[in-house]
Design a protein around this ligand. Sequence first.
Ligand code: PLP
Length: 460
Amino acid sequence: GTVSQALDDTALVEADRSTFFHPFTAVADQQANGALVMSQANGSRIVDASGNEFIDGAAGLWCVNVGYGRSEISDAIAAQSRKLPYFHTFNGVSNEPGIRLSEKLLSLAPKSMRRVFYGSSGSDANDTAVKLLWYYNICRGKREKRKIISRDYAYHGVSVASGSLSGIPMVHQNFGLPLDFARHVSRPDLYRDAPSRQCYTEEAYSAYLADELDRMIRAEGADTVAGFVAEPVMGTGGVLPPPRGYFQEIQQVLDRHDVRLVSDEVITGYGRTGTWFASEACGMRPDLILTAKGVTSGYLPLSAVFVGDEIWSVIEDASKDGRVFAHGFTYSGHPTCAAAALANLDIIEREGLVERVAAISEGFRASFDDAIGDCDIVGEIRSAGLMMGVELVADRETKARLPASAKVAGRVAMAARRHGVLVRGLPNSDIVALSPPFIVTQEEIGLLAGGLRAAIDDVT
Ligand code: PLP
């Protein structure tokens, strides 16, 4: 009953305290507060070890897109695991789920994509992109063309290469990052940055940012710059949809300097913004598309890097001269992870979930405008499909920031838990992010918005 459950929970929390080294976690806080121990989930709802139920307004970490409890995926995992749990894909060895998944992914991706390279995480997808850009230029005889530009506050991962592409201060501090191949330009922040640069239309701001990139490439020397990496809609960096014309302007600069575009769709891929991929809808013509998270809805770890025409043709030609892209992971093309992805994509197609995201995104947005739009500390609500960012401020008129030490977004997220709602406070910011599963119901959206309102009221 309830009593033994509570005892179990206490024992688990104690064991966690003394054994588990958590990512991105202040150890002293974890020691003081104890862990939130998750136990089981279904749909958009998750239950902790003490029996408290939450609506998962974040889909885990932007990934459980089809929701929890999908037995089709679990069954596909079990069946493949019994048949062939694992084999490698080095030296041209392959497996059926990996092959079927490659076919499926290319049928969904923009037409210019030619091949799919696999790993296990968004970070390794970004590392693969870095090495693909370097390899591509070495094959073209452009050994010096290796700098990669990304954007301040971007999140591309935490490995030493992907962490260098990331632009979040806490990912760099204490590690001596970024490494010296990486450069950063401004993120497109219409709310805060555009006015301070005297950009009063979206078009003017896009032109300004493209010019900043152009100047950086010229200053570095275009023959030293290999790529520009960007999320179509920036996620962890603030949930920032691009201003009108942004990627069209950026694309022109890149074309002019023979710099390849890498679209990090680790969050946006497979429907989050209401289209299968966000790149084309945002005006990007990417040479590489990076995906992870939603490819399996998080049921198993998998990343998929799409390689476009231009880079693939250079790799193919170089191979005729005996060159090999000497890169890959034990788990590249993992058959059981591929089976999970196939089952997940089948659900998304069969249930029309990409179309559903497009259809409900306006109502999703309106629910939050209604519930929290009048809060004194809500400066702006931004959204694209089922991604939302709520920027908290000290003063709505002046947009004055809250004191960083007050950690208001983190406190709002903690308070939301007490109202049965999981949302995320983004790092190094006062932004609360939401990204519910695509199957979230109208009732659950109402509960999320109401829970967030109650949490904001608690904290202010
Ligand atoms: N790229 C983007 C856009 C992400 O949002 C993330 C993770 O949140 C990553 C890369 C890194 O993915 P992972 O945590 O799987 O390494």
